[in-house]
Each structure stands twice: as C-alpha cells, then as structure tokens.
Design a protein around this ligand. Structure first.
Ligand code: PLP
Length: 580
C-alpha cells in the first residue's frame, strides 16, 4: 500500500467502516489512472445522399471519431485491473465486483460519450431514418438474464452499436417527418446531464429548494414569453402558477381529475344527500373528435364519461356544437364538467375556437383545459400569438416544450389559473414529508401538482435553453420550421396529382395523392420500407392522409426538397404500376 492507500485504510478502520464501504474506498484507490486516448483522425469521403441511405448501417462510411482507433481500454487490461482489486482487498470477491466505474473513469467515458452523441447527431442524416428490423428482433441478441458478474464498459458500448442502433428510429434526423417533433438541443442535453449528476428529487421545496424555485420562475418566464394572462403566473398577485409535467397526457389527466374533484364538491354542496359515486357517474366531459387519444384516455382513467364534439370544415370545435351537446346532456340528468380544447390537433394542426368556447364553458361552470402540446411553442412568436386568444377563459393550459422548443424530452409545461384547484384535489401530508416553513405560504411543494412524488430537475433544461438561445433564437427556430412547411405546401400544390387536405398554419402539411386510400397507403408503405424519410398518416373526414411535419433541429430547405423529390418519384412509379 502506498501512503494514500494507508491513510484511507486507517480512516476506514478508525471509523469502523467494514465490508462494502471499506471496499469502495479501497478499490477506488487501487484502480490505476486511465490511459491517454490516442485518436487518429480520418477524413470522411464524399458520399451521395442516395447511396448512404440505401446502404446497411454497418457498411456506411463512418465519422472520423468512429474510425479512430478504439480507446486503449482493452478487455485484458480490465480483467487484470479486476484481479488487482481482488488481490489487494481483504474481503469477499463478490463485493469486489460491485465497483465498475470510478470518478476518473467516468470523466474519461463521459467525454467519450459526449463525442459519441455529437458524432451521432452530426452525422445522423446519413442513417436510414426508419429501422429495418422485425418485431422481437432484440431478444435473441442479448442474454435472457442479467449478467451475474460485472461486464466491461467496452462490451456495453459494443452492444449499443450491435443491438440498439439497428432498432433506433432516428427522431433527430432531418429526414424525420412523422408525428410531431421531439425537441433536442445541446444546451438541453447538457442540462439533462447536470440534472442526472445532481440526482436530486424535488418533490417538496425542502427536498431541493433550487429544484422547486427554478421551476416556478422558469414557468413564469415561459408564461410571459407566451403572453399568458397574469392570472396564470406564480410571481403575481394572482392565484395561478405553472408546473412541469412529464407529458401532455399527464397534464390533461391532472386537469380532468382536478375538475372532477371541483365538480363533485360543488354538486355535493348544493345537494349533500348525493353520494360521491352517484355524482361521478353523472359527470360528463367533452373534447374534439380530432383531439389526441390521451384526452379520451384521461376520461377512462378518471372514470368519467367523455363525448366527442364534431368539428367544422376547418376541423375546429365551435361553441354552437358544444352548447347543443351540453344542453342535451343536462336535460338527460348528466353534469357537464370538463372540456378539453385543442390548439394544434394531432391529425391536422387545427385550432378549436376558444374565443367562443371559453365564455360558454365559463357560463356553464365547465372547466376548460387547453391542450396545445405541439402548437404551444409557436405562441412565443407575436405573429402566432393570436392563435392563443381566448386562453383568458381557460382554467388550465398546457404545451410541450419537449416537442418544439428545443428542450429534450420530457418537459410539458402546464399552468393553472387557481393553483388550489389542483393542489386541493390531491393533497396528502405524511409525516416523513413534513418540514419547517411548509405552511408559510412561501413555498411550493410540486408533489401536490402531479401524479408522481419523485420529480427530476427538469427546469434546468428550460433555463439553459432560454438563456443560450434567447427568445429571439427560439422565435427564429419556430419561424424557420413554419417557412419550410410552407415551401413543402407550395411544392405539393404545384403538382396536380396531389391535394392539400388541411390549412397549413404551422409546421405540418397534410396532403395526399388524388385517388383512393389504397393508393396513398401503398405510397406510405413504400416510403417506410425504403426508410429514406419517415412520415405517418392520419384520417381526415374518413380519408387516408399523409402528414409531413418539419421536425428536425437540423432540417434545411434541401432536406425538404429531397423529401419531395423522393415522394414524387415513388408516386410516379406507383401511378405507372397502378395504370398498367
Ligand atoms: N396532445 C396533442 C395535441 C398531441 O399532438 C400529442 C402528441 O403528439 C399529445 C397530446 C400527447 O403528448 P404527450 O406524449 O406529451 O403525452
């Protein structure tokens, strides 16, 4: 043992540290320092877009990093290090094997991982965007049980390449046009890394004050960026405030449950004889027939009836239609209590008319929740902000910065006008969660605002992104996507074989080949099979429609043009086959 080791050993034995901790301390000391990492830089050959995306992943040219010599952490060395540890320690080998990575190795591996991720993202467009694997592909590639003995980091990383990468749908690819975007940016990734490193769980203010306080302030920053009415902000005289939920689905569910609780209380006050079960059985919620399935699901989870409201020719819910349904239901003895409006529906990015629906809901004592999961990010641009007009009538509002505001998943921002409606519905106070100042009125305990107790430090991502992009950078990003969608729309309109199926307001274009659903299904099937671009369909007025969403942070005009060329080439082949 050298001096440091002896000191550490004395410390451990003096403190009576035995077994596991003693081992941790010692094995950390006997672990040799990491070796220097040689990197041989190889320049990347010129390769055409077409050839790249049709090659299987393993044959594709790799990046300079991937071509660099493997890091000098070879398996034999790992093995000898492990036996060093065993030889040096005086307790059971089983315990010895527990230590797999110390801080020094983490530093080295962490830097490598950052390079790995940066290389992946920089070169992502050369990958096939949609994976070519069959369901169940993974099980046979890894053992059926977790390893008894520790494995090396090298082996784990090799398997990331071998097992994981072939089954990845590359959401960050500029050729990804499916669903809605899944936001990503380097500042957000770094903030998430910090979040993981801090590892704190912010369920109460005391559990990590910074975690709670930054979240409250960030939701106010974001609320101000959206020009939300002051009622929704925490740092005002209003009774509202914001919270980060995991997803829009959770936000809708929370809103529905809070509304349910409020409605039960309200009916109970006027009719104390009525049981809670009876009241709940009569509650009825509403949403657009175009709403995301998560709204219907919230109804199912919340155990209340939910009715779909028909939309107008723009796929928007109008007050007149809802009013009729509410009247019918009230006449039949039901209690209308909740309406979920959508701003930016999933199929076609349509907008319910909340300026007329809001007053109706307020008059009928119906909680209006607004789900703007995708479109919400665009409201930071003054030219799109009118789409949010009417939010002043809402009880709660939600959108996903993790969709379109460069904040990595998960981060769904939700505001309520009256925070006691939310908190009051789910408040429980076990002794182990109590602390000083809890009832001072100065602190927020976010555990009362959502379903889970444990919460990650997600506001860090917002803070990093807001500061490093600035509002102007975020606005420019949104505008670029909208412009690219407009370019795509113009190209579709110019080709008489196609039709646009819904108004293009933001970054989504709904289009189809004029003709049968089968034809359009065949087109999408071929696209998916080739894996060069990725789109998903929707049904609009019963017809099969293709959705082209501008999603990637790195999507440029050339990607949109390439996508359109690809679509038209496939269509020509298909139409030729169809007519022959
Ligand atoms: N609401 C709308 C309008 C959506 O488009 C989506 C998903 O795309 C959701 C809700 C569900 O979002 P999340 O995955 O955050 O629950």
């Amino acid at each position: 043992m050298n001096d440091t080791q002896q000191l550490a050993y004395q410390f451990a034995t003096k403190k009576g540290i035995r077994g596991f901790s003693e081992h941790l301390l010692l094995s950390a000391i006997v672990t040799p320092p990491p070796l220097a990492h040689e990197v041989e830089v190889v320049t990347q050959p010129e390769v055409s877009f077409k050839s790249l995306i049709t090659l299987p992943v393993r044959e594709r040219p790799t990046t300079s990093r991937q071509r660099a010599k493997p890091p000098p952490y070879d398996l034999t060395r790992t093995a000898s290090r492990r036996s060093d540890r065993k030889a040096n320690c005086c307790f059971t080998c089983l315990t010895c094997n527990i230590v797999t990575m110390d801080a020094a190795e983490f530093r080295r591996r962490g830097k490598e991982m950052v390079d790995f991720v940066a290389d992946y993202l920089e070169n992502i467009e050369h990958r096939r965007v949609y994976p070519d694997v069959e369901p169940g592909y993974l099980r046979s590639m890894i053992p059926s049980e977790a390893p008894l003995e520790p494995e090396s980091y090298e082996d784990v990383l090799k398997d990331v390449d071998r097992v994981i990468m072939p089954g990845i749908t590359h959401w960050q690819s500029p050729h990804f046009h499916a669903y809605f975007p899944s936001a990503s940016s380097y500042p957000a990734l770094l903030a998430d890394m910090l979040c993981g490193g801090l590892g704190c769980i912010g369920f109460t203010w005391a559990a990590s004050p910074a975690c709670t306080e930054l979240e409250t302030v960030m939701l106010d920053w974001l609320g101000k960026m959206l020009q939300l009415p002051e009622d929704f902000l925490a740092g005002t005289k209003g009774q509202g405030g914001g919270v980060i939920q995991g997803t829009a689905s959770e936000a809708t569910l929370m809103a529905l449950l809070a509304a349910r609780c409020k409605a039960v209380k309200c009916v109970h006050e006027s009719d104390p004889q009525r049981s809670e079960a009876d009241i709940i059985s009569k509650l009825i919620a509403y949403t657009s027939e175009e709403a995301h399935s998560s709204v219907e699901r919230a109804g199912l989870i919340g155990g209340v009836g939910i009715r779909m409201v028909a939309t107008d020719e723009h796929f928007s819910v109008r007050a007149e239609t809802l009013e009729k349904m509410v009247a019918e239901d009230k006449a039949a003895g039901f209690i209308p209590f909740f309406f979920c409006a959508t701003l930016g529906t999933t199929p076609s990015c349509a907008f319910d008319k909340i300026t007329e629906l809001g007053p109706l809901c307020n008059a009928e004592n119906i909680w209006m929740h607004i789900d703007a999961a995708y479109a919400g990010s665009s409201f930071i641009c003054p030219e799109f902000r009118p789409l949010l007009d009417g939010v002043e009538f809402a009880d709660s509002f939600n959108f996903n910065p993790h969709k379109w505001l460069l904040v990595n998943f998960d981060c769904s921002a939700m505001w309520v006008k009256k925070r006691t409606d939310l908190i009051g519905a789910f408040k429980l106070d076990p002794v182990y969660l109590k602390y000083d100042n809890q009832e001072s009125g100065l602190v927020t305990d976010y555990r009362h605002w959502g379903i889970p107790l444990g919460r990650r430090f997600r506001s860090l991502k917002l803070w990093f992104v807001f500061r490093m992009y600035g509002q102007s950078g975020l606005q420019a990003y949104i505008r670029k996507h909208v412009e690219l969608a407009k370019v795509f729309e113009t190209m579709v309109k110019k080709d008489k074989r196609f039709e646009i199926c819904a108004e293009v307001v933001l970054g989504l274009v709904c289009f189809r080949l004029k003709g049968s659903d089968e034809l359009n299904e065949a087109l999408l099937k071929e696209m998916t099979h080739l894996g060069r671009i990725h789109l998903v369909p929707c049904k609009l007025r019963g017809r099969f429609v293709l959705r082209f969403a501008v999603c990637g942070r790195t999507t440029e005009l050339r990607h949109v043009q390439e996508a359109w060329t690809h679509i038209t080439e496939l269509s020509s082949e298909l139409l030729l086959k169809h007519h022959s």
